[in-house]
Ligand binder design. Structure first.
Ligand code: ARG
Length: 423
């Protein structure tokens, strides 16, 4: 039986009117390619169902396992696409992870590792398309997730006349249909069949979902974790680590300088050994779907903790309070993939202004899943031992008397009035 004749939620697997006309004349389509089942079946589909002569596959290396990249390359070769692997690891850390760090980037407890990689992956696909004079794209996102928004927004922002196909979503495909289709088209899918979990990995973290993990009440089994030791088996000796920041950016670990990519890599290893950075949350997706998500983000967890500790030392109370709301809004925009949103750009400008003083050192302890701040210091510290110490008389406590007396004046007036009128 040909896949097009199989039972499918969408019985019409023929070209829809829109995709036929959208495709008018274009010969080349650029496929955002991970090498997984969803994106791999897009290759024959683009040729046979959407009428493209040439499929260009683009795999962007943001720090996923080497085997994944090699597998994508091998499949692209088997399926005879014109393939590009783009190494974007340094750019990812410098231009995506570090801005997220400066914003204390967090969505519902998740450092947004998958989220922030999507705009970069789309931007690289657009670069390849530009170099080839192509403006048609395809991606393997389903209609339930966030990635369709992130990828398509970036492509359209960078290339307003982009034509974008999302076959899995457009044709409402199911996994079992995809498997049969892949088999009938000679798409290698052995690895996809063996996989229990759906994993997305880059330098900022590792996302694990699928299988029973989708059940909110199912405890994540130890086997899903690869970057983090289980807290029970982690060393019983705590490890101290010092992170040095220069203007909001981490530049050294334990006094040794590292380039951005290497620094994040090392932070992942150090924190991971101690079981730090396991995250299990209920996450509200862009469309309103609540999903259970597991992540391991050891390096991001360590760096975010250190960064916040340093901000608390150098920024004013008002800056901290206001920045918290800025960070929250920045994170929502980043989660949704609105990387080039004007509000996000404006918030980033504010954040960057505050970061000019976020320089100094933070000492932390890593111990059995816990990451605790031990100490912090900075030339920009808004702390004076002389002012705060119990022993000092520089701050003349008698001068507080008048301020204390008038404190809460309006609230006191309110209670006074209530007592008068209440009777
Ligand atoms: N919920 C995450 C996000 O929207 C993505 C998780 C992707 N995980 C995966 N295993 N494919 O950022």
């Amino acid at each position: 039986m040909k896949p097009t004749e199989q039972k499918n939620p969408n019985p019409d697997l023929k070209l829809t009117q829109t995709s036929r006309s959208q495709n008018a004349g274009a010969e080349t389509v650029v496929l955002v390619y991970s090498g997984g089942l969803d994106t791999s079946i897009c290759i024959p589909m683009m040729r046979e169902e959407y009428g493209y002569k040439e499929v260009v596959t683009v795999t962007v290396d943001v720090g996923q396992p080497k085997e994944d990249i090699e597998q994508a390359e091998a499949k692209a070769k088997t399926l005879k696409t014109k393939h590009f692997t783009v190494d974007a690891k340094d750019e990812f850390v410098r231009d995506y992870c570090f801005p997220a760090l400066k914003a204390n980037g967090d969505y519902q407890g998740y450092p947004m590792s998958t989220s922030i990689a999507r705009p970069l992956i789309a931007a690289k696909a657009a670069e390849v398309a530009n170099s080839l004079g192509a403006k048609s794209f395809a991606h393997g996102c389903t209609g339930k997730g966030n990635d369709q928004f992130r990828i398509e927004f970036t492509l359209r922002a960078l290339m307003p006349d982009a034509v974008i196909h999302a076959p899995i979503r457009e044709r409402n495909l199911t996994r079992s249909w995809e498997i049969e289709y892949a088999q009938s088209k000679g798409v290698p899918i052995q690895q996809s069949l063996e996989k229990i979990w759906s994993i997305d990995e880059n330098l900022w973290g590792r996302s694990i979902e699928g299988g029973r993990l989708e059940e909110p009440d199912f405890a994540p089994p130890e086997e899903i974790f690869q970057w983090t030791q289980s807290p029970e088996k982690a060393p019983s000796q705590r490890q101290e680590v010092t992170i040095t920041f220069d203007q909001g950016l981490p530049v050294a670990i334990d006094g040794r300088n590292y380039a951005p990519g290497a620094l994040v890599q090392l932070a992942n290893e150090i924190a991971g050994q101690h079981g730090v950075g396991r995250i299990d949350i209920m996450e509200d997706r862009l469309m309103g779907l609540k999903v259970r998500e597991n992540y391991e983000c050891p390096g991001a967890t360590l760096l975010l903790k250190a960064h916040q500790a340093l901000e608390a030392l150098v920024l004013t109370r008002d800056e901290l309070r206001f920045k918290k709301s800025v960070d929250l809004e920045w994170s929502r925009l980043a989660y949704e993939g609105l990387w080039q949103d004007p509000l996000k750009m404006a918030l980033s400008a504010f954040i960057d202004t505050t970061q000019t003083r976020v320089s100094g050192e933070v000492r932390l302890s890593l111990y059995k899943g816990q990451c605790t701040v031990l100490g912090r210091k900075s030339d920009w510290a808004l702390y004076s031992e002389d002012l705060a110490s119990f022993d000092s008389q520089t701050f003349d406590q008698r001068e507080s008397t008048g301020a204390v007396k008038n404190f809460g004046l309006q609230a006191r007036m309110f209670h006074h009035l209530q007592a008068l009128k209440g009777k």
